[in-house]
Ligand binder design. Structure first.
Ligand code: NZQ
Ligand code: ZN
Length: 392
């Protein structure tokens, strides 16, 4: 195993019954001036918006609503202005990954006088580590990204077709994870979120670090929980245990616990971020389309086969002696599972009908993701184009 340092101070409040008695003090411990960030209509429809306003009625609240899926830099700019003008002490982010990611960059942008896009592009926020940050308290309403317990944020700038992942100085200070709040997430979004969780696990499983059995075992366990509970949540949206397992899986899959000691950078996410940057598609759906095609590409390299065979045996419970056959069967299982959740499985199904932008997307993915130097199996621009083409 490789050396590692692990430090994640997010205060997790998991389950029903935490918000009512605890939200006020969790927010007010940082001050009275609150920027309340949320997305579209979902929290107004569910009653969560009113509940939050009521619980915090003695605090000074300014609101930034309308943060869109694949959050846009325009919302972050708006949030920066509100944070500065109102001298906010704390950001309360209520929503899915998009709302929390936008809030993370706003939290640094309050202390930055330039355009917050600088904080996104400056090599994963390297400069932002030097500036201060407003603490974030969040109430998560969708299980997918793991943003509730990590330092990542992904922001889109559609004017220049860029969707870039950055890191911020701190993980959220307090995250309220009440699985019952995800009961209203529509089936397609539940599928997308579950596929996103599986993708985070897959990206971290396929890594060259040797003998890292603790990480591998954790990933295999979490994958099996997602495989089991996602179909149940889709069929029976108010099944609490299904929603609870997906929520904790989303957090555990991307809070840096399962990748300690890993060596490689990710591959399918940089490829997907280009789909969203050019076509604004749902992140998890894009991952579901690309993952089996990426798997088919990398098993051409025979060094991958023992790990694919391990995945087949330990996660999909397949048996056999031929690693290549097991790898192919595991890829089929992955594809079948995505499809069984009702997710689209080809690019044309999400409106991407030709290869016009593939070359530019492949170049950008290889550059942004260092796919030709740091990936588990290194990919050239031509390889990336091939994966996009295979997805048509
Ligand atoms: O805007 P509202 O009305 O709230 O509707 C949202 C949105 O339309 C809806 N929704 C959320 N909670 C709901 C609900 N609808 C009904 N009931 C609820 N309880 O779901 C839609 C999608 O929301 P969004 O926040 O965009 O989804 P998700 O959590 O999947 O976040 C996706 C974003 O996170 C980035 C993605 O690239 C994408 O931009 N990622 C962030 C990561 C991170 N910070 O670590 C890692 C990921 O790999 C990912 O890249
Ligand atoms: Zn993701």
């Amino acid at each position: 195993m490789e050396n590692f340092q692990f430090n994640n101070p997010t205060d997790i409040r998991f389950g029903k019954g935490h918000i009512e008695p605890e939200l006020h003090d969790a927010v007010a411990q940082f001050g009275n001036n609150v920027l309340f960030v949320y997305g579209g209509h979902s929290i107004k429809k569910s009653g969560l918006y009113d509940q939050v306003k009521n619980l915090l009625k003695d605090l000074n609240i300014v609101e930034l609503g309308g943060v869109a899926a694949n959050p846009k830099i325009e919302s972050v700019r708006e949030g920066q202005k509100l944070a500065k003008d109102n001298n906010v002490d704390v950001i309360l982010a209520v929503g899915g990954g998009s709302v929390i990611d936008a809030s993370k960059v706003i939290s640094s942008a309050k202390f930055y006088d330039g355009d917050p896009w600088d904080l996104v592009v400056n090599e994963n926020g390297a400069d932002s580590h030097k500036i201060d940050e407003v603490p974030i308290v969040d109430i998560l309403t969708l299980s997918a990204t793991g943003t509730e317990m990590n330092r990542n944020a992904v922001i889109s700038n559609m004017e220049i077709n860029e969707k870039i992942g950055t890191t911020v100085p701190n993980t959220p200070a307090v995250s309220f994870l009440d699985p019952s709040l995800t009961e209203t997430v529509p089936a397609r979004q539940t599928a997308a979120g579950s596929i996103d969780i599986m993708s985070h696990l897959t990206e971290q499983y396929f890594d060259c670090a040797e003998n890292n059995d603790v990480s591998k075992g954790l990933i295999e366990g979490i994958m099996q929980a997602v495989i089991k509970w996602a179909p149940i949540a889709i069929k029976d949206p108010t099944n609490y245990d299904a929603r609870a397992n997906l929520m904790w899986a989303s957090t555990m899959a991307l809070n840096s616990i399962v990748n300690v000691s890993n060596i490689n950078e990710w591959t399918v996410h940089p490829l997907e971020h280009e789909l969203s940057a050019y076509y604004d598609i749902t992140h998890g759906i894009g991952l579901g389309i690309l993952t089996p095609r990426w798997m088919n590409k990398v098993i051409e390299d025979k060094t991958t086969l023992p790990l694919f065979a391990r995945l087949a045996r330990n996660v999909w419970h397949l048996s056999g002696d031929d690693d290549l056959e097991l790898a192919k069967a595991a890829i089929q299982k992955t594809s079948d599972w995505n499809k069984s959740l009702g997710a689209e499985m080809t690019l044309p199904e999400v409106g991407i009908k030709d290869e016009t932008n593939f070359e530019a997307m492949a170049k950008s993915a290889v550059k942004e993701g260092s796919l030709d130097t740091d990936a588990y199996i290194k990919l050239t621009v031509e390889d990336a184009v091939e994966i996009y083409r295979a997805s048509l």
